[in-house]
Design a binder for this molecule. Structure first.
Ligand SMILES: N[C@@H](CCC(=O)N[C@@H](CS)C(=O)NCC(=O)O)C(=O)O
Length: 212
């Protein structure tokens, strides 16, 4: 049994989706980041940067969602191709792209466009432009590949939950047909549906507007 410390955010959902898709049994420990649970000493002992998600597997703790996804892929032997193959490196490229760019930039887009609109036109423009650029990069990759790195992988688990916040980013997925195709295909999977709603509170996957 793996202990998952999480909240209903894109970074948290990456790991609950992975746990579902890999078929692990896990216990969810909600860390309400709106109520500062992430600063509790018991949680900081597992995740010293006071952020979800983190896991505990026996004596092993892992924080940082990219590291958690790699840990789970290795433990399950799934969703990360054999080490050293071109597909392995391609999976890590897109995982690092998410961890270093897509996630952090979209996180800022959420702050300025969704939570603090009107306060900083410069920041709103900067992060909206970056959200559009990054979604364009994703669209180009998905035009030539069903999933980010050939087969379904931890790279898709990392990126998809961020794409699902397209409304916060003021992104119309109809303008990115390959992203929309990939997003909707994954949204049908039971592992994504259940993993999206962790901690369980009745959250359903957002659907893009239908084409006019
Ligand atoms: N690089 C980290 C980012 C994690 C992160 O930003 N988590 C947010 C929720 S999505 C959080 O816990 N925020 C609480 C805080 O900053 O105090 C990861 O990928 O695990």
């Amino acid at each position: 049994m793996i202990d998952l410390y999480t909240w209903g955010t894109p970074n948290g959902r990456k790991v609950s989706i992975a746990l579902e898709e890999m078929g692990f049994e896990y216990a969810v420990h909600p860390i309400n980041i709106g109520k500062d649970d992430q600063f509790a000493p018991e949680f900081l002992a597992i995740s010293p940067n006071n952020k979800i998600p983190a896991i505990k597997d026996g004596d092993q703790t892992v924080f940082e969602s990219g590291a958690v996804l790699m840990y789970l892929a290795r433990k399950s032997g799934q969703f990360l191709p054999a080490e050293g193959t071109p597909e392995y490196w391609q999976t890590l490229e897109w995982l690092m792209w998410q961890m270093g760019g897509y996630g952090p930039m979209l996180g800022q887009a959420h702050h300025f466009l969704q939570f603090n609109p009107g306060l900083s036109p410069y920041a709103e423009n900067r992060y909206h432009t970056e959200a559009q650029r990054l979604t364009g990069v994703l669209d180009k990759q998905l035009a030539q590949s069903e999933f980010l790195a050939g087969e379904l992988s931890i790279a898709d688990f990392a990126v998809w939950p961020w794409t699902s916040r397209f409304d916060f980013q003021r992104i119309d997925l109809n303008n990115y047909p390959n992203v929309k195709r990939w997003y909707l295909e994954l949204a049908k999977r039971p592992g994504f549906i259940k993993g999206y709603d962790q901690p369980a509170s009745g959250n359903t996957i957002p659907m893009p507007a239908t084409d006019a």
